[in-house]
Design a protein around this ligand. Structure first.
Ligand SMILES: COC(=O)COc1cccc(COC(=O)c2cn[nH]c2)c1
Length: 240
């Protein structure tokens, strides 16, 4: 997978060379390129933003640099352009799994009041576009969101995680939160590990974990248990 990042703060994406994505880069699994958007400005001040038409506070990112950058990067029908934005679709594990199937992702990191809408409209005509929100809060820029999305996607790539099994049972798969986990020592801080986990009875352990996941999900994320979230389209038998 090739990953490109368009940003006015390229240093912000330096972590891409470390930790998880770093290993993937060395192994050749991913090919990462960070680009300074100002590369595609031509004035003395390397201007990337201007005041909003219609008035209002703040600045808007100009369309030309993005347009020239997309052209220079060869953004085409084989590319998925990801705009990280507070007004995007919610980023979920399901979307991470979908993006992990793509051959090329180009992250366009906006800030201020946003990117000129014509950039998104243009991108939709030449490539697949996803406007993605990390959550209902506003960051100064899209770079942090791009890093988070990158980590969630890259770790799903085949041959990436050392221990593939750990991907199978992880949280948000199967729609429930993860159960509590324990390791040695058996007693710490006067607290014992639940005996069922040391019983050696795999059936009991599985049942306990399922119950814990459901209880934790009901407490913290009832929205995940809402009928629509679990609806697989099977008609509900109505009591006559
Ligand atoms: C089309 O894309 C744009 O216009 C991007 O515009 C903006 C404007 C303000 C801030 C940001 C940074 O992203 C977030 O704050 C964000 C992403 N996820 N959750 C919060 C981006």
């Amino acid at each position: 997978m090739r990953l490109d990042y368009l940003t006015i703060f390229p240093d912000y994406l330096a972590p891409l060379g470390l930790s998880l994505p770093g290993k993937a880069v060395e192994s050749g699994l991913i090919d990462v390129h960070v680009h300074d958007l100002r590369e595609w400005t031509h004035d003395r001040h390397r201007t990337v933003d201007d005041t909003p038409y219609g008035g209002g506070a703040g600045m808007v990112l100009k369309p030309e640099p993005f347009g020239e950058a997309f052209e220079a990067l060869g953004v085409d029908e084989h590319t998925t352009v990801v705009f990280t934005t507070p007004s995007g679709e919610p980023f979920t594990q399901r979307l991470a799994e979908e993006l992990a199937t793509r051959q090329r992702l180009v992250f366009a990191c906006g800030r201020y009041e946003g990117i000129d809408q014509r950039v998104i409209d243009h991108a939709r005509e030449v490539a697949e576009v996803r406007e993605v929100s990390l959550g209902d809060y506003v960051l100064n820029g899209g770079e942090v969101a791009a890093l988070a999305i990158t980590e969630a996607v890259v770790r799903l790539l085949p041959g990436f995680m050392g221990n593939a099994e750990s991907l199978v049972e992880e949280s948000h798969t199967g729609g429930l939160l993860e159960y509590p986990v324990y390791t040695k020592p058996p007693v710490w801080d006067g607290r014992e590990v639940p005996m069922v986990l040391r019983s050696g009875d795999h059936g009991l352990v599985a049942a306990w974990r399922q119950e814990q996941a459901r209880r934790r999900t009901a407490e913290r994320r009832p929205d995940l248990l809402a009928p629509s979230a679990l609806d697989d389209g099977t008609p509900i038998e109505r009591a006559v």
